[in-house]
Design a protein around this ligand. Structure first.
Ligand code: FMN
Length: 189
């Protein structure tokens, strides 16, 4: 069974994006194995942690291994100041680096890996975040992110209650993104 790894760009306990991720998991159902990437302990990028002999910081190594074991990465993220959160950038920066500094010949697991983006955001529905994240993902050579992307507005009530609800249109859009991503990872082959 294909493995879909979900990286939630918010570390907040009651994160609306984490709730959106759970909806994605519900819609994927038993057509792929879903797991969540733990990266809240990932250090900031620091080239002193990149070792010439190929040894790795243990957390960086674990995160890289989790991503390498996946058939596709689904990033569900809030928008912070019209862009993606710093922790998402840190994650992508680590994944974009060779294990042995200067080794740009060995392909990385993320090269050509299926990827997609969803968001639960405010008035902009995470659109600024998604546009910039798509640009970044293409630059580091993931496969072109699949479409459609479900970028939803969580609404004022959800901010007060911390409960995310999907209207019918959002549910349809999310289902359509699920179908497209399952096809990209070859889940039904
Ligand atoms: C530093 C920061 C910057 C933010 N900037 C934006 C923004 O540019 N656009 C937006 O729609 N919401 C913005 N927000 C609000 C977030 O969308 C909101 O806090 C959301 O609930 C975070 O997602 P989560 O519930 O998954 O943690 C910002 C929040 C923070 C903490």
């Amino acid at each position: 069974m294909k493995k879909i790894l979900i990286a939630v760009g918010s570390f907040r306990e009651k994160s609306l994006n984490r709730q959106l991720a759970r909806e994605i998991e519900r819609l994927i159902a038993d057509r792929a194995e879903v797991s969540y990437l733990k990266f809240d302990d990932l250090p900031f990028m620091n080239q002193d942690l990149e070792h010439a002999d190929g040894t790795q910081d243990p957390v960086v190594a674990r995160v890289r291994a989790d991503v390498a074991a996946a058939d596709g990465l689904w990033i569900v993220s809030p928008e912070y100041n019209r862009s993606y959160p710093g922790q998402v950038k840190t994650l992508i920066d680590w994944l974009s680096r060779p294990v042995i500094p200067g080794d740009y010949k060995t392909p990385l697991p993320i090269h050509g890996m299926p990827v997609t983006v969803s968001a639960a955001g405010g008035g902009w529905k995470g659109q600024n975040m998604a546009a910039k994240l798509v640009e970044l993902l293409k630059f580091v050579r993931f496969a072109d992110p699949t479409e459609p992307m479900c970028l939803m507005g969580y609404g004022a009530e959800a901010l007060k209650t911390n409960v995310l609800t999907l209207d019918d249109e959002t549910e349809r859009l999310l289902s359509s993104q699920v179908e497209s991503f399952l096809a990209a990872v070859g889940a039904d082959d």
